[in-house]
Write a protein that binds this ligand. Structure first.
Ligand code: GLV
Length: 327
């Protein structure tokens, strides 16, 4: 006999235990279906954009991304907000988000996604795939140098769920992985962890630097020209975190003079990247439209439903954001 599945034993919540949910998201209908399958009997209201005129909601729980400017004024009973993404910098920066509202993030499969993106682009760079394609188009038979990822040292700034997944995948290719974390402590797949205050000391060893840290007062603009020039000539930068962590002028200067051999950029200070940005045509930059780690409905609905149950039961929420730290 099989044991009953977890959840099958869970009783339906009594009416007084129900906290109504609002999903405010461009894909709200899909989230509603996913939540109703996991939380039968719990009312789920949906909004996918800004309503024509402000319309208050009694929801105490919000699952959301990309809220319109006056959203929180329409939610007087809000107690808990779960973001469908990993980075909550924009939400926390909103002056209308009441201090009393608890905020959680999602973890989803962002680590796996960002790791595949990072490994894919680093291999793409090292294997010189574009050079060979160009040579093939011109019928040119020419052997080019080929460094191995296994011989590279890669530094990762931010060793949360995303950074540590990237570290694990890079290690399996034989790369030596260094990392920066708020406080230095031993971590698997990272041969040396630097505390945030020592992060610049990691740079001279890095053939590639991967940014996987949240955007906070401490990380905003931290990758300046001095940092980029402290990396070895011919190194690469991968940014799957937030554009504002890197100073745009320093990035362009070091790409243009070739100190930085490659920049793989998924995130930008301003998104979409404006049509006149010089990054579009910079030969050493690869630009992608914030796709390294997209939110997927099913794993995020699983996480949210589990957290909802914790919320109802008065247990600690998973992935709760420390609003003072910013993540
Ligand atoms: C996307 O950028 C996210 O923070 O999940």
């Amino acid at each position: 006999m099989h044991p009953p599945e977890e959840g099958a034993l869970r009783k339906r919540p009594a009416a007084e235990e129900i906290e109504s949910i609002l999903v405010w998201h461009p894909r709200a209908e899909e989230y509603r279906r996913a939540l109703q399958a996991r939380l039968p009997g719990v009312p789920v209201e949906v909004r996918s954009g800004a309503p024509q005129s402000p319309s208050p909601s009694n929801a105490s729980v919000l699952l959301a991304w990309a809220l319109p400017p006056d959203a929180f004024q329409q939610l007087p009973r809000l107690r808990w907000l779960q973001a469908t993404g990993a980075g909550v910098d924009e939400l926390l920066a909103r002056p209308d988000l009441p201090q009393t509202v608890r905020v959680t993030r999602s973890i989803g499969r962002f680590g796996t996604q960002a790791a595949e993106y990072t490994v894919g682009y680093l291999l793409h760079w090292l294997l010189r795939l574009e050079d060979y394609r160009r040579n093939q188009d011109r019928g040119v038979w020419r052997q080019l140098g080929r460094p191995l990822l296994a011989d590279c040292t890669v530094g990762i700034i931010g060793l949360g769920s995303v950074g540590s997944a990237i570290a694990e995948r890079l290690t399996s290719f034989g790369a030596d992985v260094l990392g920066v974390c708020r406080t230095a402590r031993p971590m698997s797949h990272v041969s040396r962890v630097y505390a945030m205050r020592d992060w610049r000391r990691m740079l001279p060893a890095c053939d590639a630097l991967v940014l996987a840290a949240p955007l906070t007062d401490e990380t905003r603009g931290m990758i300046d020209e001095d940092a980029l020039r402290t990396m070895p000539a011919g190194s690469a930068l991968v940014n799957v975190a937030r554009g504002a962590i890197v100073r745009a002028d320093a990035l362009l200067a070091t790409l243009r003079d070739g100190h930085l051999a490659a920049a793989v950029l998924d995130v930008f200070d301003q998104e979409p990247l404006p049509p006149d940005s010089p990054l579009w045509t910079e030969p050493r930059a690869w630009v992608t439209p914030h796709v390294a780690a997209p939110s997927e409905i099913e794993p995020i609905a699983d996480e949210f439903a589990a957290n909802y149950q914790r919320f109802i039961d008065g247990e600690p929420l998973q992935y709760e954001v420390d609003r003072d730290c910013g993540y």
